[in-house]
Design a protein around this ligand. Structure first.
Ligand SMILES: [Fe+2]
Length: 392
């Protein structure tokens, strides 16, 4: 690794463990919050996970909690405005986001709107956030996005069919509660897709042109934890210890990429999500080996080093240094085959029902995505299209 200046910022207080939710009221009291708005979705409500959070909140007599439970899988500015309206109507003073990436990102956007005194989140696109944010607690119910420790919120603009990114250190949550009881009901396919999102965060952070020793430490260990636990958790969803490690891995991968960036895999995934509505984790699984191969000419040694956390020390030492990078890609493909066998997680764009005539528009969008700036190799439209065709 070349020596270069960097900053690593991760000010989130992490509470992680099998009883972590029990700390929720204490954390709210520490921030002097009395009227939190809980933002979540219908699926989690029906699965009984919000009851679990409410049980924890009921331990305090001082709290009055309000609920917004209508976040859809692919959120929108209208949903953000609606939830912000609930926050204002009840004079809430803080936000608890309980959910996956869409819920946490929506709640972050609600925080922007209510803190900045805005009406429409899109009116703040590209502007600098100036007002202090409301206290924010993230309780992830998937182990994937890492949004509980990142400075970004992504909201889909239905008018332009694209995902708009809001980025500011102010958007980093104050507290993240990682309680594996909140992820045990996740079906195997979602568990696999979200974990491969985390895997792609970790790998892209480690090969990014902004990588640094701290993001490497988080990224490398996240890869190891996913390798050690994902297949077991898919086999037994109630493996609490495995769920605990996956939640920590996703969080570490989030801290890694929040500080060194992601690259072509995410640029393509954002474009594919905006253009064709493919779920982010599915897109990450499809693009991961192709993105590594694309970057091989620039960062072959680093991709080779990823073999150690990905395959373990035996495979690493038995593989000659010159072929470790290819072995890393081979192991990812082997991992994908296992996931496909157990969950039918798509490995190609055609399996994900993407139409070939959409590829040009996806490539056009991908090369304009902010993630391309962190990719170790420059990306042209022709490069992006060629990769998409390979992934088809
Ligand atoms: Fe991602």
């Amino acid at each position: 690794m070349k020596s270069q200046d960097f900053r690593f910022y991760n000010p989130v207080k992490l509470i992680s463990g099998n009883q972590a939710l029990d700390s929720l009221t204490y954390e709210l009291s520490q921030m002097q919050c009395l009227r939190p708005l809980m933002v979540t979705d219908q699926g989690l409500l029906k699965a009984g996970l919000i009851d679990r959070v409410n049980e924890s909140l009921e331990k305090s007599d001082n709290l009055t909690t309000f609920l917004y439970d209508r976040v859809p899988p692919d959120s929108s500015p209208a949903i953000v405005s609606e939830a912000a309206g609930v926050f204002r109507e009840h004079e809430c003073d803080s936000i608890i986001a309980v959910g996956g990436g869409s819920v946490i990102d929506t709640a972050k956007a609600v925080n922007i709107v209510v803190s900045e005194g805005a009406v429409d989140i899109l009116a703040l696109k590209g502007s600098r956030l100036r007002k202090p944010m409301k206290p924010f607690i993230a309780i992830p119910t998937t182990a994937g996005t890492g949004s509980e420790v990142t400075y970004a919120a992504m909201i889909r603009d239905p008018g332009l069919n694209e995902k708009v990114i809001f980025a500011s250190y102010q958007l980093i949550p104050d507290v993240a509660i990682l309680d594996p009881r909140m992820t045990v009901t996740l079906p195997p396919l979602v568990t696999a897709a979200t974990a491969m999102d985390a895997m792609s965060h970790a790998m892209e952070a480690c090969i990014s042109n902004h990588r640094n020793p701290f993001s490497d430490a988080h990224g490398f260990f996240a890869i190891q934890l996913i390798r050690e636990n994902l297949l077991q958790v898919i086999d037994d969803g109630e493996d609490i210890q495995g769920r605990f490690y996956l939640a920590n891995a996703a969080c570490m991968a989030g801290a890694a990429f929040s500080n060194s960036g992601v690259g072509i895999i995410h640029a393509l995934g954002h474009a594919l999500g905006g253009e064709c509505g493919v779920a982010h984790g599915v897109a990450m699984n499809i693009f991961l080996p192709h993105g590594l191969e694309y970057n091989m000419s620039e960062v072959k040694d680093i991709i080779g080093e990823l073999l150690l956390p990905l395959a373990g020390p035996d495979v690493y030492v038995q593989t000659p240094k010159e072929t470790r990078a290819e072995k890393t890609v081979e192991c990812i493909r082997g991992f994908q085959d296992q996931l496909y066998k157990h969950t039918k997680l798509s490995r190609t764009l055609s399996q994900a029902d993407v139409k070939k005539n959409a590829l040009e528009a996806v490539a056009q969008k991908a090369i304009k995505d902010a993630a391309v700036h962190f990719n170790p190799k420059k990306i042209t439209y022709e490069d992006a299209l060629a990769l998409l065709e390979k992934a088809f």
